[in-house]
Design a protein around this ligand. Sequence first.
Ligand code: 5GP
Length: 209
Amino acid sequence: MQSNGIIFILSAPSGTGKTTICKLLTQKLPDLKFSISHTTREPRNGEVEGTDYHFTSKKEFEEKIERGEFLEWAKVFKNYYGTALESVDRHHLNGDDVLIELDVQGAQSLRDIHYKAVFIFIMPPSLEALETRLNNRGTEPASTIQERLKISEKEIQLSLLYDYILTNVDAEQTTDHLLSIITAEHFRKERYKPSSPDLDNLINDEAHT
Ligand code: 5GP
């Protein structure tokens, strides 16, 4: 089935403010659908099953891998995270835009299979700012924060895998930039569908001269 929807891949080092940005994006673009990932990590305070993640046991996750139910999956901070094919297809086949949030390993594996999507990376203003945000969030012990910071440094080095890089200084502004990218992607010439046969003929004539 042909879909007019675009798949957007969004990655950001932990603590960059991605969750806030995604919440703002939902308000500004209510039609955008989010793929809900599966994870084996424990829910954080306030996280809701089926909204933030599908919280899954390790056994269940490994069975899903065996059955080939994931578009991609990765081990991040000792836990599994994965995007189920169904989580994307259910929206994309309806012609909706879908946003998939995943880490750099996930983005890398989708690049490897030449997955058709727009890849966007959100950069923290600095490593110091990232550390401050992780400390202020207060959801992880100091040792985990240090581990996350080390991983973030590697992720930042791999940001060149992406089509767009945004620095998140102000979440409102970053969300507006994200919106601009989403809008502009719909006007790429590859997605242009002539509204009348004469325009279609003109384009095709030009292409063949
Ligand atoms: P957190 O535990 O902070 O929610 O997420 C940890 C990391 O896992 C983040 O970098 C996040 O982008 C990544 N992540 C979330 N969902 C997925 C997914 O479905 N696949 C992959 N590869 N990474 C994910």
